[in-house]
Design a protein around this ligand. Structure first.
Ligand code: BGC
Length: 283
């Protein structure tokens, strides 16, 4: 059974689990630690190492990151500290964890997992995965092939970016009713449809668990379905990306570069304290 550790890094939480990359199943309960704030490289690298230690992991790791990632390097930083821009994310995490690390954009990873094992399986044409979380992420597929690093959550809706109006964190922060939030989301999806004419929208992120509250209120011509892997898609996609980067899978995972674990000891000290029982921590 090919097993890789997947770590899904978001603006709010960092979640890890070992993944059977043949089936997309998590083979141990996931472990989650809150993303440190400020979300700067050193503190996030410590949490990353804490997650690998939790699973006694020494092998290959795939990680998602909530930013444009090209060849392991972050190019943007919307919901994390700006000091990440230009930082080699894969090398930073490889240093702290002593693992070989592959890093890709979080929405791209979630999309690849859905196309492989979930709501997008076997789908041709233009498929758009939209992740609704702290921000809004997008993954665009044309006949199953990913167009990496699309940043469609930053599309302007009137004066503001879509993620400032229709992300799940905005729904929670403003206490929007499902109806009110669905109207914002609908306006966003209609704009995407006007520009890109997708055949299918897949909605991901934690809120996809509650899709019965809002999907029926959406009015696009394209079908809208919730992600099947729910909020495990990022972890699974991260593992697939690591596998793909090491040339062992036909999976159309995001283009990625792996940073090898350094021979020397960690330059980042281990995380001070974080629960190992699955309880979110503010480490
Ligand atoms: C970032 C994207 C990311 C999305 C979801 C956006 O703010 O720019 O890169 O995919 O949030 O985390």
């Amino acid at each position: 059974m090919p097993t890789l550790l997947g770590i899904d890094i978001g603006g709010t939480g960092m979640k890890a689990a070992p993944v059977d990359t043949n089936t997309g199943d998590l083979i141990a309960p996931r472990h989650r630690i809150l993303t440190p704030h400020p979300a700067v490289p050193n503190s996030m690298a410590r949490v990353f190492a804490e997650l690998t230690t939790h699973f006694d992991w020494t092998g290959r790791v795939g990680a998602t990151f909530p930013a444009v990632v090209k060849a392991g390097v972050a190019r943007t930083a919307a919901n994390i500290d700006r000091s990440w821009i230009g930082t080699d994310v894969a090398a930073t995490f490889a240093r702290s964890s002593h693992c070989d690390v592959t890093v890709v954009n979080d929405a791209d990873a979630a999309g690849v997992a859905e196309m492989e094992f979930g709501a997008g399986k076997g789908q041709t044409g233009v498929v758009m995965m939209i992740t609704l979380g702290t921000g809004i992420g997008s993954a665009l597929f044309v006949d199953g092939v990913l167009v990496p690093n699309t940043e469609l959550g930053h599309l302007k809706l009137g004066k503001r970016e879509a993620e400032a109006r229709a992300s799940d964190s905005v729904r929670q922060r403003l206490g929007l009713s499902w109806g009110k939030w669905a109207r914002r989301l609908d306006a966003y999806l209609l704009e995407l449809e006007r520009l890109l004419s997708p055949d299918l929208f897949i909605l991901g992120g934690g809120v996809s668990k509650k899709s019965d509250r809002f999907v029926h209120r959406l009015t696009t011509n394209a079908e809208v379905v919730p992600a099947k892997l729910l909020n495990e898609a990022g972890i699974v996609g991260a593992a697939l990306a690591a596998q793909k980067a090491n040339g062992t899978s036909p999976t159309p995972a995001p283009a990625a570069t792996t940073a090898a674990a350094p021979a020397a000891k960690a330059t980042v000290p281990p995380a001070p304290t974080a629960p190992r029982d699955g309880t979110p921590s503010s480490a």
